[in-house]
Design a protein around this ligand. Structure first.
Ligand code: IMP
Length: 431
């Protein structure tokens, strides 16, 4: 099996879960390398819909082993809820999921700080998911965080350490936000209970992933969020606090570059963004509403309405180049079925001058006016198509245009939410 990295090419929510689910069936490992329970990966199976936040989507296939890498920030309450919820749906992952001892813990004070910081920012808020992601990465960088490995400490030591951390956090939150204290002892006791259940899954990743390093075991890296939300390369400060782009796969897993294999991007056939920040091709009022309601564009994690807009080639080319993508997947083509006109931003106009590159500053991104190319809609359902030939000619033209402009093969097109509603095109879509 060829190793792969699957990366969101836009602002997250591209439908990576479904692609990862399909591509990981014969893999030995699926590795998450960044983020936490801010992600929401939805997979539709015969047995029903499954939404995953921390557990890698690839684990829905039996026999695949999952690894939550050191680059992640893990809320142990959320992880346990997810494991138990999956068991209720007949999916058992405890004996084939491993968590890096070096991944950082998200504790209740991180979530509290996330919420309080957001409300203090008022109109300048980032629109975070409120899952404590930024504050947990802050503690990691400040070198004061607790890690999954701490759950392996003798339980009295763990309890004492957690109480100290919560008391410290209470002081900080009171000073910064005049916040009520969190119950340190109750939190520590709950964590001790969780530690007992999670301990068997906590590992030294360097040892566990030795087969991947040696090339005897295959791996698929499952990115969460998307390139334009990358802390370094996205629309800072309107980003998440991790590295969803390709570099994160290395630092967040501890695996060497030769383990990466193919680097593939996932792009929706249009664009969405949840939370604040620049979005050049955003559609407002009825036009945006049409995409939102047909595409069911509401967050899998927070239920928030996603902002919707046309496909942005300038931003997409940036994601392809930045990550060195050598193949992409297009999802949710069926959402465009009823449109009589479909637009793609081919360049921008910035302060009266043409611009072909995605600008770095969010102020410039916000001032970019898209220059569109228009396509006639196919105005018929594509959800039953399983080969390119079964797609309407106008849908093929749209895909061929995207493939040509992105400069890489479209290796698959998703035409509906179900596992089987995918057209696999390893040779690309241009006939
Ligand atoms: P945080 O990751 O919760 O700190 O949120 C930072 C920004 O990233 C906000 O705009 C969120 O809406 C966005 N974000 C975080 N996770 C996801 C995701 O999985 N999909 C889409 N947007 C996300």
């Amino acid at each position: 099996m060829t190793n792969r990295v699957i990366i969101g090419g836009q602002w997250g929510d591209e439908g990576k879960g479904k692609i990862v689910d399909a591509l990981s069936r014969d893999m030995d490992w699926v590795v998450r390398y960044q983020g936490g329970a801010n992600a929401g990966h939805t997979i539709v199976r015969d047995e029903g819909k499954i939404v995953l936040h921390l557990v890698p989507s690839g684990l829905l296939s039996k026999g695949v082993r999952g690894y939550l890498g050191n680059g992640m920030v893990i809320d142990p309450w959320a992880l346990m809820d997810e494991i138990v919820g999956l068991e209720a749906q007949g999916v058992h992952v405890r004996d084939r999921m491993f968590v890096s001892a070096s991944a950082h813990l998200i504790l209740p004070y991180h979530k509290r700080r996330d919420e309080l910081a957001e409300s203090k920012r008022k109109r300048k808020s980032i629109g975070t998911t409120g899952r404590g992601i930024g504050p947990a990465y802050m503690d990691k960088c400040q070198r004061v965080g607790l890690r999954m490995g701490d759950l392996l400490l003798p339980l009295e030591n763990l309890e004492r350490k957690v109480i100290e951390k919560v008391l410290e956090a209470n002081e900080l939150l009171a000073a910064l936000y005049n916040a009520e204290p969190l119950p340190s002892e109750a939190i520590a006791q709950e964590l001790v209970v969780l530690a007992r259940s999670l301990a068997p899954m906590i590992v030294d990743g360097h040892t566990v992933l030795a087969g991947v390093r040696q090339g005897t075991e295959s791996v698929l890296f499952e990115g969460a969020q998307g390139t334009l939300l990358d802390l370094d390369h996205g629309s800072y400060p309107y980003v998440t606090s991790s590295s969803p782009s390709v570099g994160g796969a290395l630092t967040g897993s501890g695996l060497p570059p030769r383990s990466l294999g193919e680097v593939n991007g996932v792009f929706k056939a249009y664009c969405t963004r949840v939370g604040n920040g620049p979005f050049p091709t955003e559609l407002h009022a009825e036009d945006g509403e049409a995409l939102r309601s047909i595409g069911g564009e509401f967050g899998a994690t927070t239920g928030r309405a996603r902002r919707c807009g046309w496909f942005d080639l300038v931003a997409a080319r940036y994601a392809v180049e930045l990550n060195g993508m050598n193949g992409v997947f297009i999802t949710k083509l069926d959402v465009l079925d009823t449109m009589n006109e479909i637009k793609v931003a081919v360049s921008y106009d910035l302060d009266g001058k043409p611009l072909g590159q995605f600008p770095t500053s969010p102020e410039a991104q916000a001032r970019c006016v898209p220059v569109y190319r228009s396509f006639p809609g196919w105005e018929s359902p594509v959800d039953g198509a399983r080969s390119l030939k079964e797609l309407p000619a106008k849908a093929r033209q749209y895909l061929e245009f995207l493939e040509k402009e992105l400069g890489v093969h479209i290796e698959g097109v998703s035409v509906g939410p179900h596992r089987d509603q995918t057209i696999w095109t390893p040779e690309g879509v241009t006939t």
